[in-house]
Design a protein around this ligand. Structure first.
Ligand SMILES: CC(C)(COP(=O)(O)OP(=O)(O)OC[C@H]1O[C@@H](n2cnc3c(N)ncnc32)[C@H](O)[C@@H]1OP(=O)(O)O)[C@@H](O)C(=O)NCCC(=O)NCCS
Length: 208
């Protein structure tokens, strides 16, 4: 099996929207993802692709895979994330793994990828909002040193739930510690990484 991190593109949007709907009470629209992928000049959307590498898959079927929704030339999108970088701030706007693939360490791969992208973009800190009831996600963020900086009351409009605004300061010490942990995650779950190691495709268009 293989795992690949790469920038989200328009062919991923339908599959990402499907995972989003399975993951959130307030999912984003398809148009929002399309905007993030095509228009926004400060967004770094990521997907994690999984390929089971079954030796029994016939060659003719493998050749059809790239044309199925949510399947790139190499595999199936199993999770995604969004990062905005504005001045000193890197903001994790979303993160989810498909329910069938949770608990395998793959959400962690997406989180460390976005934190690393933020470091490479020279952000001073990473911030995100999380429901006060979402202890699974909070555990993931705390594992990487995120701390609550404030409570945003009634942040979620479907049920007026409060959010914790959580922050990770990208100090030199934290970055050094983080890089060691990134390497450990990659050793544990080997993945190829075209997200933190390459410029965003739009950099050719906007020079950012
Ligand atoms: C949050 C989410 C992305 C985590 O993805 P995942 O692939 O299941 O998580 P991982 O297997 O990588 O686990 C990473 C860490 O998350 C926490 N975690 C994961 N599953 C957990 C569970 N069932 N109970 C408690 N903590 C859990 C743990 O800290 C875990 O680290 P550990 O294995 O060392 O204990 C996933 O649960 C999800 O998509 N949830 C719905 C969308 C969502 O809530 N996104 C966050 C919005 S703020």
């Amino acid at each position: 099996m293989s795992l690949t991190l790469r920038y989200m593109n328009s062919a991923d949007v339908k599959r990402v929207v499907a995972i989003d709907r399975l993951s959130f009470d307030l999912p984003w629209s398809e148009e929002s993802y399309t905007y993030e992928v095509h228009e926004s000049t400060h967004t770094y959307m990521v997907v994690l692709e999984y390929q089971a590498e079954s030796m029994t898959t016939p060659g003719w079927w493998r050749r059809l895979l790239p044309f199925r929704n949510g399947h790139g030339a190499h595999g199936e999108v199993v999770g995604y994330g969004g990062l905005w970088k504005i001045q000193d701030e890197a903001h994790i706007s979303t993160i989810a793994t498909h329910p069938e693939y949770r608990g395998r360490g793959w959400g962690e791969i997406l989180l460390v990828a976005m934190v690393r992208r933020a470091i490479m973009l020279q952000a001073g800190y990473v911030v995100l909002e999380v429901r006060v009831s979402n202890t699974v996600a909070q555990n993931l963020y705390r594992k990487y040193g995120f701390a609550t900086r404030r409570i945003v009351e009634k942040y979620y409009r479907n049920n007026n739930e409060d959010a914790y605004e959580m922050e990770l300061l990208l100090t030199e010490d934290n970055i050094a510690q983080f890089e060691a942990r990134f390497a450990a995650v990659q050793a544990l779950h080997p993945f190829s990484d075209a997200y933190t190691t390459t410029l965003h495709p739009r950099s050719q268009r906007f020079l950012v």
